[in-house]
Design a protein around this ligand. Structure first.
Ligand SMILES: Nc1ncnc2c1ncn2[C@@H]1O[C@H](COP(=O)(O)OP(=O)(O)OP(=O)(O)O)[C@@H](O)[C@H]1O
Ligand SMILES: [Mg+2]
Length: 290
């Protein structure tokens, strides 16, 4: 069973070690163009490390990362951004004292060309670029329903809006692929549902989505394809319906040693709850929780 459609990103035999620990071990995954693909798995499975490999924060020991036919393994983060991949982080990384508008302007750094001299002289090319950059920031803030907060410093925003602002800033790099690391973390139920709507909206605007998320309502509600990771390896992949009914995926979340531990039981509940939320047919969502 494979993620249907043309692959925008192909991860092949990716391996990353930290000393004696193999955090990612021969990992393979195809991310189809225009899909929402989720990477799930218990804490420490290696999910964020996969994202850090894709976005150039770590170099893989071996394996390839092919994006639009170009191997990104070993590229620097700015080169990955230029190639068309943007990300958000598991823990928020905003410029707290800058306004929302300024935060999103900063996101466009990799798409601007004016140098120091033309900026000082305010050449017409530089002025044209500034107009474009501001228009793009406006587009991203409107897409994420953050426009009304444009003049508000990031530090004044409620948590849910701070998460949205990070997404707006990532979109400002005009990515083809947006990589989101636990965007629903810390959100209440209403904010998580709003986030699902936003992610679908971004996907509908032509951006492919790769998501790490522990909130099973979100994962099962919006994903076209799900890969399950445990101990650095992909142990399963399929449609949400297939994953919810896959004993390997459920076992990875429940664990084998102590089924009564808090985290395990919370995930077990999530698996059970989501059975009533989404309905899928052949990998396509028929109707869902958005
Ligand atoms: N920079 C690092 N140095 C050493 N070990 C690391 C480093 N980054 C990650 N690890 C280890 O690699 C393993 C995978 O970590 P990773 O952060 O990728 O997991 P994860 O699946 O994202 O977990 P979580 O769901 O808790 O965010 C863990 O054992 C972690 O402690
Ligand atoms: Mg992580």
């Amino acid at each position: 069973m494979r993620n249907k459609g043309k692959a925008l990103l192909e991860l092949s035999e990716l391996t990353k070690k930290f000393g004696g620990l193999t955090a990612v071990n021969g990992f393979n995954l195809d991310i189809s163009k225009n899909s929402i693909t989720s990477l799930i798995g218990p804490n420490g499975a290696g999910k964020t490390t996969v994202f850090n490999l894709i976005t150039g924060i770590y170099y893989p020991e071996s394996g390839s990362i092919t994006f639009n036919g170009q191997n990104l393994a070993g590229k620097e983060p700015y080169q990955v951004a230029e190639a068309g991949i943007a990300r958000t982080f598991q823990t928020l990384r905003l410029f707290e004292n800058l306004t929302c508008f300024e935060n999103v302007l900063c996101g466009q750094h990799c798409r601007t060309y004016s140098g120091i001299i033309s900026s000082i002289l305010r050449t017409s090319a530089q002025k044209q670029e500034e107009i474009k950059v501001r228009a793009e920031a406006e587009r991203c803030l409107k897409l994420t329903d953050m426009w009304e907060f444009r003049d508000e410093p990031a530090k004044n925003l409620p948590y849910g809006y701070r998460r949205r602002l990070e997404i707006a800033r990532a979109l400002a790099t005009k990515p083809q692929l947006l990589v989101l690391d636990e965007p629903a973390s810390g959100l209440n139920e209403k904010e998580a549902l709003d986030l699902m709507v936003l992610i679908e909206k971004i996907r509908n605007s032509g951006v492919t989505i790769l998501l790490i998320e522990h909130d099973m309502q979100v994962v099962m509600g919006i994903s076209h394809w799900i890969a399950v990771m445990d101990n650095g390896k992909k142990i399963s992949e399929g449609t949400p319906y297939e994953i919810q009914n896959d004993p390997k995926a459920i076992k990875a979340y429940l664990g084998t040693d102590d089924n009564d531990d808090f985290y395990g039981s919370e995930i077990a509940m999530a698996f059970n709850e989501t059975k009533t939320v989404p309905e899928y047919k052949g990998g396509e969502r028929v109707h869902g929780a958005s």
